[in-house]
Design a protein around this ligand. Structure first.
Ligand code: HEM
Length: 426
């Protein structure tokens, strides 16, 4: 026992000496940037807040206290200066995706996870066509079918009833949590689009599913993934290897679901918390989609005629970005200039949307949910010229060629169009 205590003591001492030695040696000259608490010495500060699910808020607090450039881990510098966004994620930026992505990929990176630009471009060639407007539009009837089920379920739950005996979401005192239903919706919609068969969570009222299907039956209908080059064809003589197909499937499940569910939940929350905006949206939808056949579920083309709906979504993305923490990138080669600071190679850098979107120098009354700020001529609110310009920059920075986007209009990117691969902007 005594030996163990001595060994642990030595290990602790050695680790402390190494950590402090690294901090004072300061090979990459990052001590010039302020650290929050012990964040400059150890990654434990950032790890702790990530574990709590509050990393975005902790980093925002650090920026509020220490300014626009903060060392949030020994080798990670966070920027809240708007100009840093373009320097880090902008098109043509030499900065790459951080090793963080390689770690989550566990040796089998998908397009979204690869840290090599060349590999990203190669993988993207296999995937780009499945996100074409034509392919996505072909999936609209499937998504509309799932929306119908969501509306049905919400109606049943608001009446205090159960969807099925397997529905384990309780209605208490006449109210229920909408989030699990939006979660089940996004899983059903994505599986319908990508894998032909939906999980049918909305029919069961729960999100339990078998991990595999032993029937071995062929897929019934063509889906987005049936367009992947899994066999050699004349056009694509080199098919995608199975491990790459598995990696892309896993990423789509992750990237498509949590993000969509979070975005929908946030938007519903904002509308519930702002009843006047909710009424305004409802009235506009009723006026724009008067015919019975477009109610309650309208085609995307019809919904485009309701600009206030778009504005509510954009404003919800601004107030509560679904991916709120700063996406980590890594400087390479000769380093990079970020917001006027030289950052040497091999340093992790990020610029969190959460902090950018609540910057009062960019947006007036930034904490308020004001969809009107996105509309050029709304009678309830007129953004200043400066704010108008910032909103425009925000859109062009995050949604290049936005006008052609179909799905998911995330406020962050459209997969087909954004050049948000290894090191690109999002
Ligand atoms: C509102 C919903 C969504 C939001 C907020 C969102 C957000 C994001 C963000 C922030 C990134 C960049 C990630 C990074 O650089 O680490 C990204 C990339 C990506 N997302 Fe989405 N996403 C949404 C919906 C979807 C959907 C529905 C799919 C497909 C099923 C999808 C597939 C992808 C893919 C494949 C990438 C990687 C793109 C590339 O590397 O070129 N996303 N998304």
């Amino acid at each position: 026992m005594f030996d163990l205590v001595v060994y642990c003591g030595f290990a602790f001492l050695a680790l402390s000496c190494y950590t402090l030695g690294r901090y004072f040696h300061d090979r990459r000259q990052l001590r010039r940037f302020p650290s929050f608490s012990v964040s400059g010495i150890t990654p434990l500060w950032l790890m702790y807040h990530s574990w709590r699910g509050k990393r975005f808020a902790a980093v925002d607090k650090a920026h509020e206290a220490l300014g626009p450039v903060v060392r949030i881990a020994p080798n990670h510098v966070s920027f809240s200066d708007p100009s840093a966004y373009k320097d880090i994620y902008g098109h043509g930026s030499p900065i790459l995706k951080d090793d963080f992505y390689a770690h989550i990929a566990a040796g089998n990176p998908s397009m979204a996870q690869t840290t090599s630009k060349a590999d990203h471009a190669r993988k993207r060639k296999n995937l780009a066509h499945i996100f074409s407007a034509k392919e996505i539009t072909a999936m609209e009837p499937r998504v509309m079918g799932i929306v119908q089920k969501l509306c049905r379920d919400i109606k049943i739950k608001s009446e205090g009833r159960m969807i099925a005996p397997t529905d384990f979401h309780q209605v208490k005192d006449g109210s229920f949590d909408l989030r699990p239903w939006l979660n089940m919706f996004s899983y059903d919609a994505i599986t319908a689009m990508f894998w032909s068969n939906t999980y049918a969570f909305l029919d069961k009222g729960n999100d339990i599913c078998p991990s595999y299907d032993s029937s071995g039956a062929d897929q019934a209908k063509p889906d987005l993934f049936s367009n992947l080059p899994y066999r050699p064809t004349e056009k694509r003589p080199v098919p995608m290897p199975v491990h790459e197909i598995v990696a892309e499937c896993t990423t789509m499940m992750d990237a498509g679901n949590d993000t969509t569910q979070t975005s929908l939940t946030n938007c519903m929350y904002q509308l519930a918390a702002n009843p006047a905006k909710q009424t305004k949206l409802r009235n506009q939808l009723l006026a724009t989609l008067p015919e019975k056949e477009h109610q309650p579920i309208a085609h995307y083309a019809e919904l485009q005629k309701a600009p206030y709906l778009r504005a509510c979504l954009d404003e919800s993305f601004r107030c509560k970005p679904p991916v709120a923490f700063g996406l980590p990138r890594r400087t390479v080669g000769n380093g990079a200039m970020i917001a006027g600071h030289f950052i040497p190679a091999d340093v992790t850098v990020s610029c969190p949307l959460y902090s950018l979107h609540r910057n009062p120098s960019l947006f007036e009354d930034p904490l308020a949910f004001l969809p009107e700020r996105w509309l050029p001529d709304d009678e309830d609110y007129a953004p200043s010229d400066e704010e108008r310009q910032n909103l425009k920059i925000l859109l062009s920075a995050v949604q290049p060629r936005r006008e052609g986007m179909y799905w998911p209009q995330s406020g962050v990117h459209g997969t087909e169009y954004c050049d948000c691969g290894a090191g690109g902007g999002v």
